[in-house]
Ligand binder design. Structure first.
Ligand SMILES: NC(=O)c1ccc[n+]([C@@H]2O[C@H](COP(=O)([O-])OP(=O)(O)OC[C@H]3O[C@@H](n4cnc5c(N)ncnc54)[C@H](O)[C@@H]3O)[C@@H](O)[C@H]2O)c1
Length: 258
């Protein structure tokens, strides 16, 4: 890496799944890392293996987010990129049966948390005149589905990303979103093993006939975070093995199989 200072990325939700895969890829590409998670032990395990620094955070708590931003800046210096991969999930069900507590928890972590992190780190980046933010949406935010809190929370993240791109673009800050489809993180692999949530194998509903590896989603995140995406802001990059592309095919019995 020579004597040049490495760029610093903060990955919230970096302790597991897509966030952890993103930390691994970013370390490989020369980024210095602050690995942030509600689960400090997981964040420490990821950071420890990559020469990064671990921090504990509940992203839905605004004071904790602003405190973390100060702590990271004084310990590691100015932040070049923020990835918000923290998220919480729900089981499918009828709208009238959704517990209001579940609705509030999903919005608190997914939407409030993403906004709090964007607002805090984005403001600091705008003041320094450079920076890049990548939020994580979902294909669940692009179409109707029986996840009545999760889907809208993700749709709002995609919209918020566009709004914030306009907010800070002239200050040198880019804000983008990656919307994964089914991604084979440990949480999903465990759910597939125990069964129950999906009708059949969800990979069958994609053009490629499979779900994405976390490392494949990380590629899109790292690209958008990096200067290679210097002209891209306000976009939503869908990484879904062609799930969206194959939706219309379902009416005709599914995509071509041979
Ligand atoms: N895996 C998929 O199929 C898939 C598909 C579409 C979108 N996504 C999105 O990708 C992101 C990552 O999901 P994943 O599948 O890697 O899940 P995951 O559960 O493997 O990782 C999420 C991480 O967020 C952390 N987290 C949860 N609540 C937090 C909080 N309040 N504060 C800080 N950290 C918190 C968890 O501890 C965990 O380490 C989420 O936003 C999710 O909605 C995932």
């Amino acid at each position: 890496m020579g004597t040049e200072k490495r760029k610093l990325a903060v990955v919230i939700g970096g302790g597991n799944g897509i966030g952890a895969a993103c930390c691994r890829l970013m370390a490989e590409r020369g980024w210095a890392l602050a690995v942030v998670d509600l689960d400090l032990a997981n964040a420490q395990a990821v950071a420890g293996s990559l020469g990064g620094t671990a921090f504990a955070l509940d992203v839905s708590d605004y004071d904790q987010v602003t405190g973390l931003s100060r702590e990271i800046e004084s310990a590691l210096g100015p932040v070049d990129a923020l990835v918000v991969s923290s998220g919480t999930f729900q089981v499918k069900g009828p709208a009238e049966k959704l517990e209001l507590e579940t609705w509030r928890r999903i919005f608190a972590v997914n939407l409030d948390g993403t906004y709090f992190a964007n607002r805090t780190f984005g403001t600091a980046m705008a003041a320094q005149g450079r920076g890049s933010i990548v939020n994580i949406g979902s294909i669940a935010g692009l179409s109707g589905n029986p996840l009545h809190a999760y889907g809208p929370s993700k749709a709002a993240i995609i919209n918020m990303t566009k709004s914030l791109a306009g907010e800070w673009g002239r200050s040198g800050v880019r804000v983008n979103c990656v919307s994964p489809g089914l991604t084979l993180v440990p949480r999903i692999l465990e759910r597939q093993r125990t069964g129950g949530r999906y009708a059949g194998n969800p990979g069958d509903f994609t053009a490629l006939g499979r779900g994405a590896e976390p490392s494949e989603v990380a590629e899109g995140i790292e690209f958008l975070a990096s200067d290679r995406a210097s002209a891209i802001t306000g976009t939503n990059l869908v990484i879904d093995c062609g799930w969206e592309a194959s939706c219309g095919w379902q009416m005709y019995g599914g995509v071509r199989q041979d």
